[in-house]
Structures are given as C-alpha cells and as structure tokens.
Design a protein around this ligand. Structure first.
Ligand code: ADP
Length: 497
C-alpha cells in the first residue's frame, strides 16, 4: 500500500491498494454438487408431492439460470406437515429422554460439517453470496448452532433453577433469504433441544440448502415428522402462522411482514418471536484506530451484499476526523471485487433477486433526489445477473429516507457528529433497535455509549461477530424475543413453578 500524491499544487492524498498484478480467478468447483431437477415437500421424513401440484423455479442470481424447482405448498400441505409434527411430538420426541434427543442434534451438526463444502457451494449458487462467506461464516456457524444446542438438551433444568420447564409442542418457523441455512439452524436447533417438533419454511428465493438439510435429517435418522420442511411464498407462510394446531411461531424477515404476523397472532395462545429489520448506527469516535474502523465499516455494510438485518448502514463519524475516514473508506471501497460469487477472490456477490435489486436502485434514486451526494466504486460487474456496486451517500440528514429506512443492500449513509450526546440522540432516533457499533480506544466511552443506545446487540471495535452462545434480537420495530444462547431456548419452553 502506498500514499500517492499528484504533482503540482493540487495535491491529492489517496491510499493506493493496487499491486502490479491482478488476481487470477479462483472459482470453487461445483462438479460435486448434486441438485435434483425438482424438490418435493419434506413431510413426515419423506419427500412428498404437494397437494397443489404446483412448483416454482429457483434461480442463480449471478447467472439468472434455473437451478431447480421446488413445491408450492398450500394450506392442505401445511396441515399435513403440522399433523406430522404433532404426531411426532406426542408419540416420539416429547417422550424421548433429553440425552437421546441431544444425540440426534449432534449427529445433524456432524453431518453438516461433513457436507460443508457442498452446502456452501449450493448456498452461494442459490442466494448469490460470496463463497468465502458461505464457506467461512454461514455453514460453520450453522453447524456450531446445532452443536451448541445439542449440549443444552439434557441440561435445561439447570438453566431454569427453581422452575420446571416443559416444551411447547409444534413450532412453525419462517425464515428469510439472506442466511438461509444459518437461519434454519438458529430456528431448528433450539426448538429440538427444548423438545419441540418443527414445521419450517425457507424463503422462496433460497430453498435449496433447506432441501439439502432435509436430506441430512434423513441421513441422521431423525424420527419421522420431528422436522418438516415445506417450501412456498408468503401464502404458505401465512398458512403456517394461522394454523390452529401450532404452539409457537418464530419469524425472521421484514418488519412489514412481522407486523402482519403479530396482528394475526394477537389474541391467540401462540407464543412468538420476531426478528425483523434494522438500521444500525456504526459510530466512529475521533480516538478510534482509524484503519481498523475503516475495515469495520466495510464489514458492517458490505458483508453479504448488505443483505443483513444488523448491517451498519448508518455511519456516524466524529466531525474532526470525517474527511480522513471518508477518504480512506472510498479508497478501500475501490478495492472491493464484485462478481462471480463462486470465485474465492470475490468480496461482494450477486444481489439476491431482481426484486431486491430494483428496491435498492429505487433507494439510490431517492437518495440522489433528496440531495444526497452519491459515490459508487468503479469496479466492473458481470453483464448477466443482479449486481450493485458498493455505494455511499454523504450530505444526508436524519430525515432522509435513506437514513431512516432499511435498504438491505450495499448502500451506506454517512453523517457527522460533534458530541457523544448528539450521536446517542441521533443513533436512537429511528424506528429500529437491532444492532450498532462503537469505535473508540476509551473503555469508558464504550460503556457510556453502548448502555444508552437502544439496540439488542452492540459491537465495540468490531462488527458482525456472531456466536451461538450470544443472544441476538431487537427492540422497537426490530422485533421481540432473542435467539442464540440460553435466551434462545426460553421462547421454546413453558416455565412452571
Ligand atoms: P424479506 O424482506 O427478507 O424478503 P419477507 O418478510 O418478505 O422478508 O420474507 C421473509 C419470510 O416471510 C419468507 O419466507 C416469506 O415467504 C415469508 N412471508 C412473506 N409474507 C408472509 C406472510 N404474510 N405471512 C407469513 N410469512 C410470510
């Protein structure tokens, strides 16, 4: 890395990350991947054709080519899956000693590890995320969740001293497209450990790793009906939410759909957890280690194409360092490689769907029309597929729509601040409360700021760090309930005195 300066009076300071050689492409092989032309519903331990007789395509967003087709489950299919889950709950799973349940969950984790490469490649092909992320984050973390909750299964009584805990029954679980396998693990592992059975629906654009997970459940010889996986879009999700024999709903997705679900569940006996949208403040103080903070900003907003509910999408930089930070940030952004998600050099893969790309483009237009100054990197992008170059906006204010609303793409808005009080006020002035980041070398400042920001998770001098032992979830319109850790078991249990 070198600092280059233009000759003459108009000196341009910029960090030059380039080398004399480019990267040779390093594509991950997909030869070993076996995908069926068509996937049926996984009900009662078997793949069965949907009652509707309908299927829909799932495509690779990087090539727009069809990968396979999956069943479109209707209300009858949902009913079949719930009946299978109820039957398995009453006859098998709730009667099984906890330590036996735990063995099945360990077995699932181990098979996931054995099939990690296959799962990572399929996740990348179906969802567009860079292989480095699916290989190093999604799949290992998914297996880690199964390992972690396997450990809890026979120790739950120690976790709830003075009370007796009981499983709830059948859990209906609806997950989004940004971390398909990982979200399935977040949902299924604690539910099974606590003794519940499951009906899970993956998102319509990313069903394939869930179908592979169904194969893993068969391989693990999980008793029939303990986990049922059904595919479909919003109507299928709604049929799960409204099914009268479901005891708990766990939903991760948009705030808009979360509100619909919460209304549908009001007045019913069903327990629920909702993990919804976010618009996190990532705050850089003048005493932060700036180069590390720049890496944290990049990771915060460009990880997984910005399709992350806890993305650090609102950057706050203390005014006296803002010029330096923005200059370094732009230089670093120029080095990001956008393109083939299967290439191990790629930093930013494909946007998950055409719809999501048009939503992101719409927000970029709104930002420009509101007077924001837009900067996009100059990298090349493939001609086919759905792509968005890393983007940032300066000259925005608290009232700008791109500051207030969740974009769910690689688009960062930057504001400056002068005092600690001001940035706390600005960070909290938002309908969401999921996550945040603070960069400073003062421990006391970390404690002051993190304790006053209304968000479920706040990282200090790092960002987007996940671990099965730590609880995750939001306040306000970011939802309710926690997943992960001991907290993540509680929504799957009744506690009795
Ligand atoms: P995203 O912005 O991630 O697409 P959505 O909230 O639209 O978020 O989707 C998340 C999940 O919720 C998906 O599995 C989707 O099929 C499902 N879903 C969409 N609409 C409904 C609904 N009305 N009821 C239940 N689930 C729904």
């Amino acid at each position: 890395m070198a600092v280059s300066k233009n000759k003459g009076s108009n000196k341009k300071r910029s960090l030059d990350f380039s080398t004399d050689w480019g990267y040779a492409s390093a594509p991950e092989s997909k030869d070993h991947i076996q995908l069926k032309n068509r996937y049926d519903l996984f009900i009662n331990g078997k793949f069965v054709a949907p009652d509707s007789g309908k299927y829909f395509d799932t495509i690779n967003p990087a090539t727009e080519q069809k990968l396979s087709e999956v069943a479109d489950a209707n209300a009858n299919d949902v009913d079949k899956a719930v009946k299978a889950a109820r039957n398995a709950y009453e006859k098998v799973w709730s009667k099984m000693p906890a330590k036996e349940r735990s063995k099945y969950i360990y077995r699932i984790a181990r098979i996931m590890q054995e099939r990690a490469r296959e799962l990572a490649v399929i996740e990348t092909m179906d969802g567009g995320k860079a292989i480095r992320e699916s290989r190093d984050v999604d799949v290992p973390l998914a297996a880690a969740h199964f390992f972690y909750y396997a450990g809890w299964a026979d120790k739950i009584d120690y976790a709830t001293p003075g009370t007796k805990s009981k499983s709830l029954g059948v859990a209906g679980q609806i997950i989004p497209w940004n971390f398909p396998l990982l979200m399935a693990a977040w949902k299924i592992a604690p539910a099974l450990a606590a003794g519940n059975t499951v009906v899970l629906k993956p998102a319509e654009t990313t069903p394939l790793t869930a179908m592979k997970l169904a194969e893993i459940l068969q391989e693990a010889e999980l008793p029939d009906g303990v986990v049922n996986i059904i595919t479909g879009a919003g109507a299928t999700g709604a049929a799960i939410v409204n099914h009268p024999d479901i005891n708990k709903i766990a939903f991760t997705g948009s705030t808009e759909v979360g509100k619909i679900i919460q209304r549908a569940l009001a007045g019913t006996n069903k327990k629920y957890t909702l993990e919804l949208g976010g618009k996190a403040a990532n705050i850089i103080f003048e005493d932060a280690a700036i180069d590390q903070a720049v890496e944290g900003i990049i990771n915060g907003i460009f990880f997984n194409q910005g399709h992350v509910c806890c993305a650090g999408s609102r950057l706050f930089v203390q005014e006296n360092i803002s010029k330096t930070v923005i200059r370094k940030l732009k230089d670093r952004m120029q080095t990001l490689i956008v393109g083939d998600p299967l290439d191990k050099n790629t930093d930013i893969g494909a946007i998950n769907s055409k719809e999501q790309l048009s939503k992101i483009k719409q927000f970029i237009k709104i930002g420009i029309n509101e007077g924001g100054e837009c900067f996009q990197t100059e990298c090349s992008v493939p001609s086919k597929g759905f792509w968005c170059r890393p983007t940032l906006f300066t000259n925005v204010s608290q009232s700008s729509r791109i500051v207030q609303e969740e974009i769910f793409g690689p688009v960062l808005s930057i504001q400056t601040f002068r005092t600690v009080e001001e940035v706390i006020e600005k960070a909290n002035n938002i309908p969401y409360g999921l996550s945040g980041g603070v960069w400073t070398d003062k421990g006391s400042k970390i404690f002051k700021v993190t304790s006053q920001i209304n968000a479920g998770v706040i990282w200090a001098n790092t960002y987007n760090k996940f671990d099965p032992t730590s609880p995750f979830g939001g306040y306000k319109e970011s939802g309710m309930g926690r997943e992960g850790g001991l907290h993540g078991l509680m929504p799957y249990l009744h506690l009795e005195n």
